[in-house]
Design a protein around this ligand. Structure first.
Ligand code: ZN
Length: 423
């Protein structure tokens, strides 16, 4: 399998199976209900985990929670820890409801403080970092490869975290002294304070995956400075760190002017309530992971129709697919995890067994489970059949409406009727 890596700027081959794959995916900063765009890396890497496991790899999937950050202090003055805990629970609930299973580890920055302090001490010992007035900074100039991931020349980079006490304006914080209004802190060799965002990820990844692992995932918006700094810190410690760096494209809101029903669908929770998990998962699969994806009523309705067309196949007899069909599906995923291509192959199939196998990778097994209508709905459909038999079409139509209002669609077939959930 090969995947496009931001670092090498080309497709990079995974080691052959069976082998061990460590996967670290940058998670959200928790201070509000997570934005629907935050679901994209979680969904993508859950699928990749599923596919790699099916391909006999031994995968460990780590997805962190950033629960120490400026945005949390700003969002809840005096109660940041409570807000972070609440928003962590929201996020875990949201990703659980996407129905893809949970990552193997969901570490929190606030539970990794000892490892973070040890890592900073190691960087100071090798002169990659220095302490000044309770802060600790990473010495960017000492790391020759700095700028490689985000493809920037070090001499053209903007200043991060301005502070006149820094040796070089490009240096970034590993530890920040406690400031008024910051209501969470930890004691450290540099005084009371808290870690910077970037070192949190380096420490959580090393703690759970070791100093060198295969795959690092994140959204394209955090290549710089977050991932660049993460890579610099870990490489400065002498490890290769992540070999492949995948950055998913951004989710864009489009077509809003034309649509009222999209309303304020902005969070994973809203989207789950408005569209349901199956439609959302199909939606994410319709775009190549590295490209932007447009979130609109139109694209979601199209995804809903595609999910429904899969369900429809299971209401009809299975037609075995010819040999080589699984290989077509597999080839699409092996080639930079091309989900739109894999989806196109799946739409050609009428083979239930093959589709079930393919659905498993995408968390869509439920599309193959035909819902059974409850007894009272079957009874209404029976009464409607009777009304039709007696040519009482007015009554038959009224019963059809009643069935639809209860969330079911009745279809007339040669030997009676069929009840399917309303799409
Ligand atoms: Zn990160």
């Amino acid at each position: 399998m090969r995947l496009y890596s931001t670092l090498q700027r080309e497709l990079v081959e995974l080691p052959p199976a069976p082998s061990t794959i460590g996967m670290y995916v940058c998670g959200p900063t928790v201070y509000q209900r997570a934005h629907i765009g935050n679901a994209r890396p979680f969904v993508l890497f859950s699928w990749i985990r599923n596919w790699l496991r099916l391909s006999q790899y031994d995968v460990t999937y780590v997805h962190n929670i950033t629960d120490i950050n400026d945005s949390i202090y700003e969002a809840a003055p005096g109660a940041s820890a409570e807000l972070a805990a609440r928003a962590t629970a929201w996020y875990l609930e949201d990703i659980r409801d996407l129905g893809l299973g949970m990552p193997d580890h969901v570490p929190k920055a606030s539970e990794t403080i000892d490892e973070i302090i040890t890592m900073i001490e190691r960087l100071i010992r090798t002169d990659y970092a220095y302490a000044v007035a309770g802060d600790v900074y990473f010495r960017v100039a000492r790391h020759r490869e700095y700028g490689q991931l985000s493809n920037q020349r070090p001499d053209e980079m903007e200043e991060q975290e301005p502070n006149p006490l820094k040796v070089d304006p490009r240096d970034f914080a590993l530890w920040k002294a406690n400031k008024p209004g910051e209501d969470t802190w930890w004691d450290s060799p540099w005084g009371r304070g808290r870690p910077g965002w970037h070192i949190e990820c380096s420490a959580m990844a090393e703690k759970l995956l070791g100093p060198c692992y295969e795959l690092h995932g994140a959204g394209l918006d955090i290549v710089f400075p977050h991932n660049e700094n993460e890579l610099a810190q870990s490489r400065a410690l002498g490890s290769e760190y992540a070999r492949i760096w995948m950055h998913n494209g951004m989710l864009r809101f489009t077509g809003e002017k034309m649509s009222k029903s999209l309303g304020n669908v902005r969070t994973i929770r809203d989207a789950l309530e408005r569209w349901g998990r199956e439609t959302l998962l199909v939606f994410f699969a319709t775009a190549k992971w590295s490209h932007p994806i447009d979130f609109s009523d139109e694209t979601l309705r199209a995804a809903e129709a595609r999910a429904e067309s899969f369900r429809e196949i299971f209401r009809r007899p299975s037609i075995p697919a010819g040999g080589g069909e699984w290989a077509r599906y597999s080839a699409a995923l092996e080639d930079d995890f091309n989900t739109p291509e894999a989806l196109a192959v799946m739409h050609e199939w009428r083979d239930h067994e093959l589709l079930r196998r393919a659905f498993d990778v995408f968390g869509l097994a439920s599309l193959a489970e035909l819902a059974e209508a409850p007894e009272e709905i079957v009874e209404l459909a029976e009464r409607r059949k009777g009304a039709r038999g007696a040519s009482d079409f007015e009554q038959a139509d009224a019963l059809r409406d009643e069935i639809e209002a209860a969330g079911w669609v009745v279809r007339d077939v040669s030997d009676g009727f069929q009840l399917v959930p309303k799409p």
